[in-house]
Structure formats: structure tokens, C-alpha cells
Design a protein around this ligand. Structure first.
Ligand code: MN
Length: 262
């Protein structure tokens, strides 16, 4: 049996308690769940998320579902905190635990983009200025961030939620609008809020989220010096292709750092 809708049992500004779907289905691979917990820790350690922000991965046995932590700070997430969701944001096994209000970002991006296997949503601070600048375009400025391409879109929530929203993606309609803005890109900025970054696997999404923040820092510094030279479109494509083969090198290092071993 399928639950017809998402009955909100209880909600606050940032969390909600939602009834589970009746149909569970096969459990996700435990190693994938463990890696998702680690991705949370890495994103905190590398300065992408703080008390807020989240990372999801598509279910390995159910491509119409995804895994995401229950509502909590990413640094504290363990494998036991990972919850399975359908694309409408209904949990499968929350068991009454509160879930992220903005889980609709993940569901709608996974729905719209079959090529996407992982999604990071963050408020990483260096990126936000580019979401609110009327002039500055966010461009790849170093060889690590070619994946950004030449036209990172900016999601304007006022176009979808009016002049007095809380800027959060709190339902499927807003999630779908964000996914439409993302289009075929791998990073979308969200005006006055943050960004959403995607990857073909969990490690790639984490890598891109880290280097989206790095790129924003570098571009801001370059702009403070005056005019700057971004990558060409060809350089962005070529460097992104080459760096993609090096992601495990960064991942192994980030794991050690997140574990406090470095
Ligand atoms: Mn957010």
C-alpha cells in the first residue's frame, strides 16, 4: 500500500515529523549508508556545512528513492541516522524521527535528473554573495572547478513563493522549480540562501561541493584585485574531465581528516 500524501504530524520552522510509507522495500547497501554518514562528516570538516545543510545519495536498489539523514547537524550523523525517502519526500523508515524540511530539494532533483546519484545542499558562506550580486557571475576560476561550467544558474525563490517566503524549499513544487533552474548543470545557486550541487556518485557530489566553496573564495579574492580571467569553456570541460579521475585521492585524505587522524 502506498501512503496517499505526506501527513505532517508535527512541524517547526526547520524540521517536520512525517508518517512513514507503508511499503518498505529492500534495504540499501550498508556500505553506501556508511559512506553517506562519512560524506556528512567530510562536508562539515571541509567547511561546506555547519549545523545546517545536507547530503543525499540515490538508493542502490530502488532508483526511485534516496537516502538522507534525519534532521540533525551533519557532523553528528551516524549510519543509524540515515533515512530512506521517496521522491515526494515521504520517509520509509523515519519511525517518528524528525526529517529535514528541505528534503524536497533532493527528491525533485533525483526525479528530474536520472544521471544524478548524489545531491549536496549547503549554505557554504563564500558562495552566498554570488547568489545575491546583481553584477557578478559565478564562473570557474581554477582547474579544480571546471565542472561549474560557464553559466551557473541562480534560483530566485520570489518567482515561485512570493515576496515573504522563508526562502526554504519546503514542498515538492518548490523543489521541482529548483530542479528546473538547475537544468543540466551541476550547481545551482539559491538567492540569499546557498547552493545545490550534484554528482554522478556520492564522492563526486562531495568533491564538487567542496570546490564550489573554494571557487567562490578564489573568485571573490580575484574580484577584490580587479578584473579577472575565468577558465575558458574548453578549459572548464577538459579540466573537469581530468579531475574526475582524481576524486578518490581527495576523498581518502578527507576521510582521514574527518576522523581526526590528520
Ligand atoms: Mn537550506
Amino acid at each position: 500500500m502506498t501512503s496517499p500524501a505526506t501527513p505532517a504530524l508535527e512541524g517547526t520552522a526547520f524540521t517536520s515529523r512525517v508518517a512513514d510509507r507503508a511499503d518498505g522495500g529492500p534495504a540499501a547497501d550498508r556500505a553506501l549508508v556508511e559512506e553517506l554518514a562519512m560524506a556528512n562528516h567530510i562536508l562539515f570538516r571541509e567547511g561546506v556545512v555547519d549545523g545546517f545543510g545536507h547530503v543525499s545519495v540515490r538508493h542502490d536498489k530502488r532508483p526511485d528513492r534516496f537516502l538522507l539523514a534525519r534532521n540533525m547537524a551533519p557532523a553528528l550523523v551516524t549510519a543509524d541516522d540515515i533515512v530512506e525517502f521517496d521522491f515526494d519526500g515521504n520517509p520509509v523508515n523515519a519511525n517518528g524521527r524528525t526529517v529535514y524540511l528541505e528534503r524536497f530539494i533532493h527528491g525533485e532533483v533525483f526525479r528530474a535528473r536520472p544521471d544524478v546519484m548524489a545531491v549536496v545542499h549547503s549554505h557554504s558562506p563564500s558562495v552566498v554573495p554570488f547568489s545575491i550580486s546583481r553584477k557578478a557571475k559565478f564562473l570557474p576560476v581554477c582547474h579544480m572547478s571546471g565542472f561549474l561550467g560557464m553559466c551557473t544558474p541562480v534560483f530566485e525563490i520570489r518567482d515561485h513563493a512570493g515576496e515573504s517566503s522563508d526562502l526554504l524549499i519546503t514542498n515538492s513544487r518548490l523543489g521541482a522549480a529548483l530542479a528546473k533552474t538547475l537544468g543540466a548543470c551541476d550547481c545551482a545557486l539559491m538567492r540569499g540562501h546557498g547552493s545545490t550541487v550534484v554528482g554522478a556518485n556520492l564522492r563526486e557530489a562531495v568533491f564538487r561541493a567542496v570546490y564550489t566553496e573554494v571557487n567562490a573564495k578564489l573568485q571573490s579574492e580575484a574580484m577584490s584585485l580587479g578584473d579577472f580571467i575565468p577558465l575558458t569553456e574548453g578549459e572548464a570541460v577538459t579540466s573537469a574531465r581530468n579531475i574526475a579521475s582524481q576524486i578518490n585521492r581527495a576523498w581518502d585524505f578527507w576521510v582521514m581528516r574527518a576522523q581526526g587522524k590528520l
